[in-house]
Design a protein around this ligand. Structure first.
Ligand code: XUL
Ligand code: CO
Length: 433
């Protein structure tokens, strides 16, 4: 036991009228919604990096947090893990996520880093036997260390590709050892700064080969979880190859991996790509590659990936509606890839940021489920597309362009525009949030 969260109680559900800061007003894990427990719908995860490794820096200033476990030793790494599991217990979250670099000190050589990783993974595996939280996903940090500055799998130097392969293999093995349900690849440096020094064709092709090797290795070791790509258009690279869900789908199709790999969609990344969160979720669902989400938003004025906790349930309800419509998560979950602001110094800030985020999502889920259950929105949608169920429409799709064209004169077609009813549907939404 550490005393980092001393005096902070385990957070329990007290209902919407509670004024207790340290209570859930909406997140009630055992409440059944659409036939499933809320905990099983939402599958919340805490991100190891933002809560336990982030030091409070921004582009203009360094560390503001003084966590007792900061430092590059194994003893401090174990202390960090102790605090992490204490926080998971307080929040009663079922999952966490990690990068290797969040959990273990960097060694002087690959072998030393790997030894440190293996040691901390054993420590976490032991903790998992005595605590509730399990691993939602593991991933590799292939972007912070200077060796990755020109990319990992897309680096011009084949030795860096090899180092990336060794790193991903080690983290996939660690994920399996911890019973992880997914493995995520986010390619922060898989892109470029300037075309003047970049062979885009080689880089993209190597990225495809790398992902294929990852999938082959997954099958070789019998990992049953999902491999997830996390799209992002830019930042840190000026341009990333995994720009958005549609770009990733094209990439997967190109390398024959569209049945092997799904996406982890982050709200902030969707915004950077000029999309809404729900657009990205709905696109992934329509393409059959929806996997998991990172539930963190950007600031709408700054235009940066600020990784803030969700606090607007109306906005999130639309996203959860799309997740429910897609049938919910299978191996995925709701990961808070979110960090407290650099002025939020207190241990309580770490807890209450998550409490707020969990309550926001729970409230959003309840609204989305009620609207879906009412069938009202789906009835409008079904009516709008009903024409496509008619035999004549199906025959037209099965036939040629000339046959479709011939219908116009043969049947005297003169289409009559119909209202899209947007405002009426927005009013409908507002009845449920
Ligand atoms: C960076 C980001 C990462 C990934 C995991 O923008 O979202 O934290 O989620 O590497
Ligand atoms: Co993320």
């Amino acid at each position: 036991m550490t005393d980092y969260f001393r005096g902070i109680p385990a957070i329990a559900y007290e209902g919407p009228n509670s004024t207790n800061e340290f209570a859930f007003r909406h997140y009630n894990p055992d409440e059944v919604i659409l036939g499933k427990r809320m905990e099983d719908h939402l599958r919340f995860a805490v991100a190891y990096w933002h809560s336990f490794a982030y030091q409070g820096g921004d582009p203009f200033g360094g560390q503001t947090f003084e966590r007792p476990w900061f430092g590059e030793t194994m003893a401090l790494a174990r202390q960090k893990a102790d605090v992490a599991f204490e926080m998971f217990d307080i929040l009663n979250v079922p999952f966490y996520c990690f990068h290797d670099a969040d959990m273990r000190p960097e060694g002087k050589t690959f072998a030393e880093s790997k030894r440190n990783l293996d040691e901390i993974v054993d420590y976490l595996a032991d903790k998992q036997t005595r605590h509730k939280a399990r691993l939602l996903w593991g991933t590799s940090n292939l972007f912070s260390h200077r060796r990755w500055m020109s990319g990992a799998a897309t680096n011009p130097d084949p030795d860096v590709y090899a180092y990336a392969a060794a790193t991903v293999k080690a983290n996939l093995d660690a994920t399996v050892k911890l019973g992880g349900q997914n493995y995520v690849l986010w390619g922060g440096r898989e892109g470029y700064e300037t075309l003047l020094n970049t062979d885009l064709a080689i880089e993209r092709s190597n990225a495809g080969r790398f992902l294929t090797q990852v999938v082959e290795y997954k099958h070789k070791i019998g990992f049953k979880g999902a491999i997830l790509i996390e799209p992002k258009p830019q930042e840190p690279s000026k341009h990333q190859y995994d720009y958005d869900v549609s770009t990733v789908y094209g990439f997967l199709k190109d390398f024959g991996l569209e049945k092997e790999v799904q996406v982890n969609i982050e709200q902030g990344h969707a915004i950077l790509a000029g999309h809404s969160f729900e657009h990205e979720i709905a696109t992934a669902a329509a393409l059959g590659i929806f996997g998991s989400i990172d539930m963190n938003r950007n600031d709408y004025q700054s235009g940066w990936d600020t990784d803030q906790f969700p606090n607007n349930h109306v906005e999130k309800a639309v996203a959860f509606y799309e997740i429910l419509r897609a049938g919910g998560y299978t191996t995925g979950g709701t990961n808070f890839d979110a960090k407290v602001r650099r002025q939020s110094l207190d241990p309580a800030d770490l807890i209450l940021s998550h409490v707020g985020g969990m309550d926001t999502c729970a409230r959003a889920l309840k609204s989305a489920a009620a609207l879906l259950n009412s069938g009202e929105l789906e009835a409008h949608r079904a009516e709008r597309y009903a024409g496509w169920a008619a035999p004549v429409a199906k025959a037209m799709l099965a036939g040629s362009l000339e046959q479709a064209a011939a219908r116009v004169t043969a049947e005297g077609i003169e289409p009559q525009p119909k209202s899209g009813k947007q405002e009426r549907l927005e009013n409908l939404w507002n009845r449920f949030v």
